[in-house]
Design a protein around this ligand. Structure first.
Ligand SMILES: *Cc1c(COP(=O)(O)O)cnc(C)c1O
Length: 422
């Protein structure tokens, strides 16, 4: 489903013109389509009907309370990676008993908060973490449910920064030591082994890495069962990719069905941790062209034209961080000759760009929509250059409302203290 379509020469989010969103709330802002969020979740579920499953939305992709609340109302659980994300899930009305806690650096406080809330499972990423959790649970007189996040050493064929399933990265425990670690866990008084977990990376556009990883995980499960260690759930992680330009990821339904096929005949609950797939194409970032700065044909062999817009790398970091591609379109496309532009922001970094070499017919003041911005957009935004983070707007049919107000400049330094002279 595409919720962002041209109607009578203007780009709409559902039934609301993005030009009227900009007029009402100013730019830059993120605009989400509720129908697209619902549709993505339903498509994911569609491959899982009748199975024992739980979809745990990876909060870090988009931690907006409104979005968490929406998914919670549809039965979602959540994959969290910090105590802060746990607090968000609880504030949004999420069920703690559907929360799994991933991440390599869980602090004592984070473990305590999660045990107090009664989460479903800790995904353990190292031997030291396992010992710490046993200790913390003992102090609280609780039993901590765990999975070990194993590293199946498969190549997810994605960007190195978002590939997590190879041996040489910081995530998970080595496949070879997993059995020994499970035996330790099973013997710990305040640990209960519930499952096994793996997450091999992000923006994966082929099925084979998922299925290869699952084969390895299943061989581990069989080995553990033969040693009397029962595995009640298999968490296959997230990572299913979306279309930013011409990628052709498997349909969510096909992906889920392929996983379920591998699990046929097993009495096991399967858990998924999709992030990007549920939100990525449900959001755009709306920005305005402040200045056009045309290259001089005479003094450069390859002159560059710049469209300087009011959104920047602090608002959407993916292009600067991963050289990621986002389609950029005019909200009200102009007739006439296009020019090739670098789409850049006001931040004082040469890496501050949103897109390279984009053919557009532009005038100053025009609105642009940066597409596929629903995942890892606002969640990675910062205040670099003392720029208030953008507003977030939800569109639902012909309705629109703020789900996060634009930050105020005063708030950005409200916690700062200028020391008194002494
Ligand atoms: C980031 C992350 C996810 C979500 O990844 P997507 O590519 O957004 O689906 C799931 N599980 C873990 C452990 C993660 O770190």
């Amino acid at each position: 489903m595409n919720a962002f379509n041209l109607k009578n020469g203007t780009l709409y989010a559902e039934n609301v013109a993005l030009s009227s969103i900009a007029a009402t709330y100013a730019t830059p802002c993120y605009v989400y389509s509720k129908a697209a969020l619902v549709h993505a979740f339903e498509q994911f579920q569609a491959g899982l009907t009748g199975t024992n499953h739980l979809i745990c939305f990876a909060v870090k992709a988009n931690p907006s309370l409104a979005i968490l609340h929406l998914f919670a109302s549809m039965g979602a659980g959540f994959d969290i990676v910090s105590g802060g994300e746990l607090a968000r899930v609880l504030a949004a009305g999420g069920d703690p008993n559907k929360v799994v806690f991933s991440g390599v650096g869980k602090s004592h406080d984070e473990m305590r908060a999660a045990l107090k809330a009664g989460i479903l499972c800790f995904n353990i990423e190292s031997e030291s973490e396992l010992h710490r959790l046993n200790q913390v649970a003992a102090e609280m007189d609780k039993i901590a449910p765990v999975s070990l996040r194993v590293n199946p050493n498969v190549d997810a064929k994605t960007h190195p920064y978002i590939s997590t399933g190879l041996k040489n990265n910081k995530f998970g425990v080595a496949f070879e030591s997993a059995v020994q670690l499970y035996e330790q866990a099973a013997a710990m008084p305040n640990i209960a082994v519930h499952g096994v977990d793996c997450h091999i990376g992000s923006q994966i556009t082929e099925l084979s890495p998922f299925l290869d990883a699952l084969d390895r995980v299943l061989s581990l499960v069989d080995h553990l069962e033969s040693k009397g260690i029962h595995i009640a759930h298999i968490d296959v992680g997230g990572g299913i990719g979306i279309t930013y330009s011409d990628e052709m990821p498997p349909a969510f339904k096909a992906y889920a069905e392929a996983i379920m096929q591998k699990l046929a005949g097993r009495d096991v609950k399967v858990m998924f941790e999709p992030g990007r797939a549920l939100v990525g194409n449900a959001g755009v970032m709306l920005t305005k062209v402040e200045y056009l700065k045309m290259g001089n044909l005479d003094d450069a062999d390859k002159p560059k034209n710049f469209a300087i817009v009011d959104a920047a790398m602090n608002d959407l970091m993916r292009p600067a961080l991963y050289d990621a591609y986002h389609e950029i379109v005019a909200v009200q496309p102009r007739e006439g000759k296009t020019q090739t532009y670098e789409i850049v922001g006001p931040v004082c970094e040469s890496g501050d760009f949103l897109g390279h070499d984009r053919a557009l017919a532009l005038e100053e003041g025009d609105l642009l929509a940066v597409k596929s911005a629903g995942a890892y957009g606002m969640s990675m935004a910062s205040n670099y250059n003392t720029r208030p983070r953008a507003a977030e707007i939800m569109v639902d049919g012909d309705q629109h409302y703020v789900i996060r107000a634009r930050e105020k400049v005063e708030d950005l330094f409200a916690l700062e203290i200028v020391p008194e002279p002494r």
